[in-house]
Design a protein around this ligand. Structure first.
Ligand SMILES: Nc1ncnc2c1ncn2[C@@H]1O[C@H](COP(=O)(O)OP(=O)(O)O)[C@@H](O)[C@H]1O
Ligand SMILES: [Mg+2]
Length: 356
């Protein structure tokens, strides 16, 4: 058999180090976000003089560097001083106050969280944080079911800066007014990168991950262009990885435009597949929303019933929430109108890579 005859020499690979291609890789430098990071650092600054500091709400779509910038800032803070405790918590999947506080205890080095109630966990957190100052970053905070812990932190931690990171600006508008009035945050928007910035970030990752000179210029540029179009840096990392796989599959020592083409079809298949993974009822609801994008939830429910949909309104609302969480649709609450408050539902044009 000669299956392996033409393959690259043993141990030889196009990838030198695959880590930089991971979505959660933390690069040493975070270019193009200096302005945003400076603004957050100004909000934090009073902590250096032992005073309470300002809070920040960061928002912007997926894959524009919100997480990487916040983490970079916390790393720099940790290098600079021991007097300010840096704390990063991702709220995704820890979506209750109890779970967040348990995680905070864990990160702060307190291990005896078992069988403790929320208020007991809070007492631990409070005791540790109030010895010093703290910068508390809560990432993906819009995924939380409730954010009562934030109110308690605002009330009882003396010297802190709370940074809340959300994908949606509306989240801030819908925030519990009791929390909002205590928080009075600075609001910082992360806008998508332009083509040059996208290319800059991807080249940084390419140079860290791949053997030098194996990317054909045109191939790499196609990826940069597609990523810039999709406005999510993760699609670029995904495409680089898949293109390299395609090149390795044919034992090539160069990554060419054909390899990128293959990677691009995979990207499309991926989108289709995730849609297929929805059950029939969700698919039917999604089809109606596509047709009636921008309409009120009540109207969409009516069409759903007319088309034979059977679930009760409460369940229907939950299914809408699920579609939103999976980024198939977007919803917006509006206050006025003849029927009082309602929700407007729109179809999300391009499901982003981030969600897979
Ligand atoms: N300015 C940047 N410099 C270096 N890498 C970046 C930059 N912006 C984004 N990235 C990378 O792109 C990917 C997505 O960024 P991330 O911070 O996770 O986005 P967000 O939190 O806005 O969804 C990550 O792998 C991240 O390291
Ligand atoms: Mg993020």
């Amino acid at each position: 058999m000669a299956f392996f005859k033409d393959m690259l020499g043993a141990g030889e690979s196009l990838v030198r180090n695959s880590m930089p291609l991971n979505y959660d890789f933390q690069p040493k430098v975070v270019p193009y976000r200096e302005k945003e990071m400076r603004q957050i650092s100004f909000a934090i600054k009073p902590l250096f003089q032992n005073r309470d500091a300002r809070n920040v709400v960061v928002f912007g779509p997926s894959g524009v560097g919100k997480t990487v910038a916040c983490k970079h800032l916390l790393d720099e803070l940790a290098e600079e001083t021991d007097e300010v405790i840096p704390l990063y918590i991702n709220c995704w999947q820890k979506n209750t106050s109890f779970r967040i506080l348990a995680e905070m205890c864990e990160v702060l080095g307190y291990k005896f969280t078992q069988n403790k109630r929320t208020d007991e966990l809070f007492a631990v957190v409070k005791q540790i944080l109030n010895k010093k100052s703290a910068v508390l970053v809560f990432d993906e905070v819009d995924k939380m079911e409730e954010i009562d812990f934030i109110y308690t932190l605002l009330e009882e931690i003396y010297r802190k800066s709370i940074v809340l990171v959300s994908n949606r600006k509306e989240w801030l508008e819908q925030m519990d007014s009791r929390i909002k009035s205590r928080l009075t945050p600075e609001v910082l928007e992360f806008k998508p990168y332009n083509y040059t910035e996208t290319k800059g970030i991807l080249s940084q990752r390419r140079d860290a991950a791949f053997v030098q000179g194996i990317w054909e210029d045109a191939a790499f540029e196609t990826i940069a262009r597609k990523t810039s179009e999709m406005q999510d840096m993760r699609s670029g990392l995904y495409l680089m990885k898949e293109s390299a796989n395609a090149a390795e599959d044919r034992s090539s020592k160069k990554i060419t435009s054909d390899d990128v083409k293959k990677a691009l079809t995979k990207l499309d298949e991926f989108t289709i597949k995730t849609k297929e993974s929805l059950d029939e009822d969700l698919k039917a609801i999604l089809a109606i929303i596509k047709e009636k994008s921008g309409k009120r939830i009540g109207e969409i429910y009516k069409s759903y019933q007319e088309k034979g949909g059977k679930t009760a309104y409460k369940t229907f609302q939950r299914r809408i929430a699920k579609l939103e969480q999976d980024k198939f649709i977007e919803t917006k609450k509006i206050a006025g109108g003849s029927e009082g408050a309602t929700t407007i539902i729109s179809f999300a044009k391009e499901k982003k890579l981030t969600e897979y």
